[in-house]
Design a protein around this ligand. Sequence first.
Ligand code: MLT
Length: 254
Amino acid sequence: MTSPLAFDDAGQGPVTLLLHPFPFDRRVWRAVKPELALHRRVLSVDLLGFGHSTSKTPPRTMDAHADALVALLDSLQIDRVAVAGLSMGGYVALALSARYPARVSHLCLIDSRASADTEEAKQGRKQSMALVASQGVTALYDGMESRLFSRDPMPQFTDFARAVASGQSPNAVLAALVAMRDRSDYHDHFVSLSIPTLCVAGSLDTLTPPDELAALADAHAHGQFVLLDGAAHLPCIERPEALVRALNAFLPSR
Ligand code: MLT
């Protein structure tokens, strides 16, 4: 069966799956993917409902996103992948590794977290849903922008991120807010993983603070941690070279 997921497929060798943050799509990897693909095969995917992976019923759970990804891997006859997920992409990566442990060889969380939403965060989701329903996805992005980038980011970065976010389907964004609000706590799952793990955090990230990721990496027997100096929540856009260095040192290559 063909998968509804849109993706880019570049390079050769062991496969790495790149999972984008919210509320964006696979274009956020544009400065990272070509460099990674020099050493391995890289699939960057639009999560179901986002980008060109249009869906009338976008997933309202991380598990459903994971199921859609495994259906894609099946259709491409790919058995095992290294997964790198940024923020919401990290939540999906965690669900994928929990639901399909045999399919994941390496797990990398970038500016993400393994814990579930706090009560305060759940309230924030409610406000975000109301904002998207009344004013659209661009208004949501505008409210987030200062926490996505370092102080005084280059306009080319913020313009790009705003354009990518603005094109997302409000339905997919609302469904993702539900999926993020209701996601499981994967801390114990992460800590018990027997595969190599890497946590990467921007030193200036206030959305998913580095301390939490550092502690998570520390709790994992094979956990590595890399702090990206001067990066905030979207190093794939603002500090791609530093992110590529961290990923190249961790991901399997040919
Ligand atoms: C993201 O960047 O994917 C989001 O900030 C994640 C979240 O809201 O928890």
